[in-house]
Every structure is written in C-alpha cells, then in structure tokens.
Design a protein around this ligand. Structure first.
Ligand code: HEM
Length: 204
C-alpha cells in the first residue's frame, strides 16, 4: 500500500469520525446565538416575540435540513450523509420544542386555557399545533429499538408524516404573517423540490 493510499484513507476516516460531532456543534450555534442576543439586548424592543420567532425559524430550517438528507444522498451518491439524518431530525424537534415552550411559557405564562383558546381561534396556531403533534411520535420512535420493534416498513411509513408536518409548519408560517411572503415562499419551494426528488426516485 502506498503512502498516498494510507494517508487518504486516514483522512477519510478522520472526516467520517469528525462529521457527527462537528454537525452536532453547528446545530447548537443558532441557540447559542439567540441566547447571546437575548443577554446583550440584541433581540430588540420585544425580545419574547423575537425569541419565539427566531426559534420558529430554526425549527422549520432544521425540519427542511433533515428532510434534505435523503435527496442529497440520492443526487450526490454520498451514503455517509444518512448517518446524520436522525440527529438532524432530533435537532428539528428540539428547536420546535423550544419554540412551543417559549410561546406557552413566556407568552402565555403556562395558561393552558388561553393556549387552547388560541389553538381553536387562531388558525395559524392550529396548523402549528398540528405540525408539533405529528412530530411527537416521530421523535419517540427515533431510537434503534423502536425501529426494530415497529419493523422497517411500518417505521418508514410512519416517518413519512414528517412531510405532512413540514407542510403544516410552512402553512403556519404563511398564515402568521401579514406581509413579506418571500421567506415562507422560499421554504415552500425547497419543500416542493425535496418532495419532487423523492417522487422522481420512487417512480424513475
Ligand atoms: C413544527 C412545528 C412548528 C414550526 C416549524 C413553527 C415555525 C414557526 C415559524 C417559522 C414562525 C415564523 C417566524 C418568523 O416570523 O420569522 C413561527 C411563528 C410563530 N409560531 Fe410557530 N412553529 C411550529 C409550531 C408552533 C406551535 C405548536 C405554536 C403554539 C402553540 C407556535 C406558535 C407560534 C407563534 C405564536 C408565532 C408568532 C410569534 C409572534 O410573531 O409573536 N408555533 N413558527
């Protein structure tokens, strides 16, 4: 074996081993940034609203990033990226949880009657709640043990609900704003492309 072959396989091994911890740290950066902004007055005149919105943005972004893993694998042929899927999905759920908790805790002060009122009266909250509730069983069944217990086919079928959750979350965003639809339109377009790649792979 030549020195070149040894060094390139060592480098590949290093990248393979470093990938997960590096991505883990990168996934925490938005939270660190939001906390730093909160502590230094960078969240503006209404910090609670800015925090809820910032966490909501990252929740949706991570949902799309997690959904992009399989299409990226299909397009690039990079099989190793599949190892990141579970972690990215759980980070999406983590940011969704923080988004919902900051709304329920900081905005509604844990008044569950008011929260329920919001869910039934404000249609964008209804969609957000639907997306959140759909993600809970997916997070619970994300372990190897649950994959085994459910069986691969059932597990995959169940986890397709993540697309429905992402669509509901994007509608939640559209309904929430009154002007400036560019950002939710970008998310909707990304979602459509990711879905199209999957469908193409299935039917091609
Ligand atoms: C998968 C679940 C969810 C995702 C991905 C999500 C994402 C988002 C996004 C992207 C925004 C807009 C942020 C911006 O303006 O830049 C937002 C706003 C908001 N979301 Fe969610 N959301 C989810 C679930 C929920 C739930 C369950 C609730 C409440 C029970 C909720 C309450 C809110 C509120 C109150 C705002 C507006 C904040 C404000 O302007 O005062 N969201 N969400």
């Amino acid at each position: 074996m030549s020195v070149d072959t040894v060094s390139s396989s060592t480098l590949r091994d290093l990248v393979r081993r470093a990938l997960k911890p590096v991505v883990f740290i990168l996934c925490l950066l938005p939270l660190v940034w939001l906390i730093a902004q909160g502590l230094t007055g960078g969240l503006g005149a209404n910090p609670i609203e800015a925090l809820i919105r910032g966490l909501g943005d990252w929740a949706l972004r991570f949902l799309l990033i997690a959904l992009a893993v399989t299409p990226v694998r299909i397009i690039t042929g990079w099989l190793g990226i599949a190892r990141l899927r579970r972690m990215l999905g759980l980070f999406a759920f983590f940011y969704v949880m923080l988004h919902v908790l900051s709304y329920v805790g900081l905005d509604q002060l844990f008044n569950l009657a008011r929260l329920w009122d919001d869910v039934v009266k404000r249609i964008y909250i209804t969609f957000g709640m639907a997306a959140f509730l759909m993600l809970i069983p997916l997070a619970i069944t994300s372990t190897d043990k649950m994959v085994k217990r459910l069986g691969g086919t059932t597990w995959r079928r169940l986890h397709r609900a993540v697309y429905v959750a992402a669509i509901a979350a994007t509608i939640h965003y559209f309904l929430m704003i009154k002007a400036g639809y560019t950002e939710p339109m970008i998310y909707a377009a990304i979602l459509a492309v990711l879905f199209a790649v999957r469908l193409y792979k299935k039917w091609a």
